[in-house]
Write a protein that binds this ligand. Structure first.
Ligand SMILES: NC(=O)C1=CN([C@@H]2O[C@H](COP(=O)(O)OP(=O)(O)OC[C@H]3O[C@@H](n4cnc5c(N)ncnc54)[C@H](OP(=O)(O)O)[C@@H]3O)[C@@H](O)[C@H]2O)[C@@H](O)CC1
Ligand SMILES: [K+]
Length: 518
C-alpha cells in the first residue's frame, strides 16, 4: 500500500523538515534525484550520457530551481544543458547561478507575444526535456507562454515533482499539459500521480527520499498494491466448508434480460469459494450456466446469506424497488449497483428499510453519482468522501482511477492505468466480486479495494495475456503500447482466478501465476 498526501499536508511536513535540515540541502537532494533519473533515461535511450543534450523548461518557483540544480549536476557529467526561462527576472537565483557556473546555456522563453525561436529550437532538440515549469504551487491551467513552450517539446519529458498543467490535487487538466515519460517526485506521492488524467500524464513515478518520512503523518489516502490484496484475498482453510467461507445472495437481472444476473453471479463464483445463491426471475438461466449457484425465484426464498449483491438489471420500476427493499430489510451487508443506485437516488424512503448498523456499499459511475448527489464529481476524492459520510455508506466511484471512500474517512484509490475493464457488463462482475468478498468477512472498504484491483488486472490479462505490462503511475500497470485484443465481460470473468493467483503470489513471495486456462 502506498500513501498519498495532499500538497497542503506535504507543505506542513516540509516546514518541519526545514527546521532540522536547511532548505538548500533538501533542494539538492531533490535535484540529485532528478539528475539521476535523467541520466538513466538518457543511458537507456541512447546508450550514453556525455554528449547528449538536455533542455530545462524553467518556471518562476522552486520547481524551476530543482530543474536548474539538476541541470548543473548533468553538466558535470558532460551533458549539454540549455535552460529555457519562462520568467527570467524571477528565476530561482541560486539554481541559475549554479547552472551558469557549470557551463549551462540560458535562453529566455520569449515574451507575452510568443515563444522565441531559440527557445522553440532548444525544446525541439533536447534528447530529454526536464519540466520545471510549476510543481506543488500550480494553480489553474498553464499560462499562455508556458503552454506554447510545452506544445513545442519533441523528446521525452522528465517532470519535476508533477507534470505541469495538471492540477496537483485532482489530477484534472484544463488545456495544455505536459505528458511525462517519467515523473520524479520528492518524499511521497501527490494525488495527481494517481488520479484521472494526472495519472496518465505522470508516466512512471519515482519517489526520491529527501528525509521527509519522519514528518509525514497518516496519508490522505492509499493506493492498494497486489501484495496487500493477495494477503487479504480469502482462500479456504483446512477447517472450512462451503458455509464458513461465506454465502452471497445475488439479486440481479430479469427474465427477459438474464445477462446481468449471469455476470453478477459469475463475478461472485470466480472471486472466491464458498457458496452463491441467486434470487430472481432469471433463476433458470443462471442455474443452467452456473450449476454451482443455488437459484430461487425471490429474495424471501433465498435462505441464509452473509451478504447481498443487488442492482444490475433489476429495473427501476416497481419490481426492482421490491427486490431492493427486500434485500435492505434482510439486515445483511449489501453492495448496491446500477438500478439499485438509481432507485435509491429517486426514492429516498427506500433508505428507511436499511438497518443503520449494517454496512452498505454503493458503486456508482459518474452518471449514477450525479443522480445520487445532484452533480457530477469534479474533485473525485473529496466528493466521494462527502457522499460516503452523507449516506453512511462505503462509496466506490468508478472511473479510470477508482476511488473508494468509507464513512470513517478512510480512502483507497486504484489508478487503473488502462481501459480494458471499460466493457459492457464489467460493472456487474465487480458487484458480484465485492459481494462475495464481503460475504467472506472482508471489511467493506477492503472488499472494494481488493475487488477493483483484481478486476482491473483480470481485464488486462484477458486482453493482453498474463505477462505483466510495464509499471505505470504509482505502480499501476500501463497498457499504452501493449498489444491487446478487445474483450467482453465474460472473458474478464474467466481471467479472475489468474489475477487472484498473481496477487497471492505477490503476497506470498512465490512464483507468478501460470497462464489462465481458457
Ligand atoms: N515540498 C517538497 O517536499 C519539496 C519541494 N521542492 C520543490 O518546490 C516546488 C514548489 O515550489 P514553489 O512553492 O516555489 O512553487 P512552484 O510549484 O515552483 O510554482 C510557483 C510558480 O509557478 C507559477 N505558476 C503557478 N501556476 C502556474 C500555472 N498554472 N502555469 C504556469 N505557471 C504557474 C507561479 O507564477 P506566478 O503566479 O507568480 O506568475 C509561481 O511563481 C515543488 O513542486 C518541488 O519541485 C523541492 O525543491 C524540495 C522538496
Ligand atoms: K513540473
Amino acid at each position: 500500500m502506498r500513501g498519498v498526501w495532499t500538497p497542503e499536508r506535504i507543505r506542513a511536513a516540509e516546514q518541519r523538515l526545514f527546521d532540522t535540515v536547511p532548505e538548500p540541502v533538501v533542494m539538492r537532494r531533490a535535484a540529485n534525484g532528478v539528475a539521476l533519473h535523467v541520466r538513466r533515461l538518457l543511458g537507456r535511450r541512447s546508450g550514453r550520457v556525455a554528449g547528449r543534450h538536455v533542455t530545462l523548461l524553467v518556471g518562476a518557483g522552486n520547481n524551476g530551481g530543482d530543474a536548474l540544480w539538476a541541470g548543473a549536476l548533468l553538466r558535470r557529467r558532460g551533458v549539454g544543458v540549455t535552460a529555457v526561462l519562462l520568467a527570467p527576472d524571477r528565476t530561482h537565483p541560486e539554481g541559475l547561478r549554479a547552472l551558469r557556473a557549470a557551463g549551462g546555456r540560458v535562453v529566455p522563453a520569449g515574451t507575452e507575444s510568443g515563444l522565441a525561436p531559440e527557445a522553440a529550437e532548444a525544446l525541439r532538440r533536447g534528447d530529454v526535456v526536464v519540466d520545471g515549469v510549476v510543481g506543488l504551487s500550480a494553480r489553474g491551467g498553464l499560462r499562455p507562454l508556458a503552454a506554447e513552450a510545452v506544445a513545442h517539446i519533441a523528446g521525452p519529458v522528465v517532470a519535476v515533482d508533477l507534470p505541469s498543467g495538471v492540477d496537483p490535487v485532482t489530477g484534472a487538466v484544463d488545456g495544455v499539459a505536459v505528458s511525462a515519460e517519467l515523473t520524479v517526485t520528492f518524499g511521497c506521492l501527490r494525488p495527481c500521480h494517481v488520479l484521472g488524467e494526472g495519472a496518465r500524464r505522470s508516466g512512471r513515478v519515482r519517489v526520491v527520499d529527501i528525509g521527509l518520512d519522519p514528518w509525514l503523518e497518516a496519508p490522505d489516502f492509499s493506493v492498494p498494491e497486489a501484495v496487500d490484496v493477495g494477503g487479504l484475498w480469502p482462500v479456504p482453510d483446512r477447517e472450512d466448508d462451503k458455509y464458513t467461507q461465506g454465502v452471497l445472495g445475488v439479486a440481479a437481472g430479469s427474465a427477459s434480460f438474464p445477462g446481468a444476473a449471469m455476470l453478477t453471479a459469475a463475478g461472485a463464483v470466480r472471486a472466491a469459494s464458498g457458496m452463491v445463491r441467486y434470487a430472481g426471475p432469471a433463476a433458470d438461466a443462471v442455474r443452467e450456466r452456473w450449476p454451482e449457484v443455488v437459484a430461487t425465484g425471490s429474495v424471501g426464498d433465498a435462505g441464509r446469506v452473509q451478504a447481498w449483491s443487488v442492482g444490475p438489471g433489476i429495473g427501476t420500476g416497481g419490481s426492482g424497488r421490491e427486490v431492493l427493499a427486500a434485500v435492505l430489510e434482510a439486515g445483511r451487508p449489501v453492495v448496491a449497483d446500477a438500478d439499485a443506485i438509481t432507485l435509491l437516488a429517486s426514492d429516498t424512503t427506500l433508505w428507511d428499510a436499511r438497518d443503520p448498523d449494517v454496512p452498505v456499499v454503493l458503486t456508482p459511475h459518474d452518471g449514477e453519482f450525479a443522480r445520487l448527489t445532484g452533480s457530477a464529481p469534479r474533485d473525485r476524492v473529496a466528493e466521494a468522501v462527502r457522499a460516503a459520510r452523507r449516506y453512511d455508506v462505503v462509496l466506490l466511484l468508478k472511473g479510470n482511477s477508482t476511488v473508494v471512500a468509507a464513512p470513517d474517512g478512510r480512502v483507497l484509490v486504484h489508478p487503473c492505468g488502462q481501459s480494458w475493464p471499460a466493457t459492457a457488463g464489467s460493472g456487474d462482475v465487480l458487484t458480484g466480486m465485492i459481494g462475495k468478498l464481503m460475504a467472506a468477512g472482508l471489511d467493506p472498504l477492503w472488499a472494494c479495494g481488493c475487488a477493483v484491483l483484481v478486476h482491473a488486472r483480470a481485464a488486462e490479462i484477458a486482453a493482453t495475456g498474463p505477462e505483466p505490462a510495464p509499471a505505470g503511475a504509482a505502480g499501476a500497470r500501463s497498457s499504452s503500447g501493449a498489444v491487446g485484443a478487445p474483450i467482453g465481460a465474460s472473458a474478464l470473468v474467466e481471467a479472475v482466478p489468474a489475477a487472484v493467483r498473481e496477487t497471492r503470489a505477490a503476497a506470498l513471495g512465490g512464483p507468478r501465476a501460470p497462464r489462465p486456462s481458457r
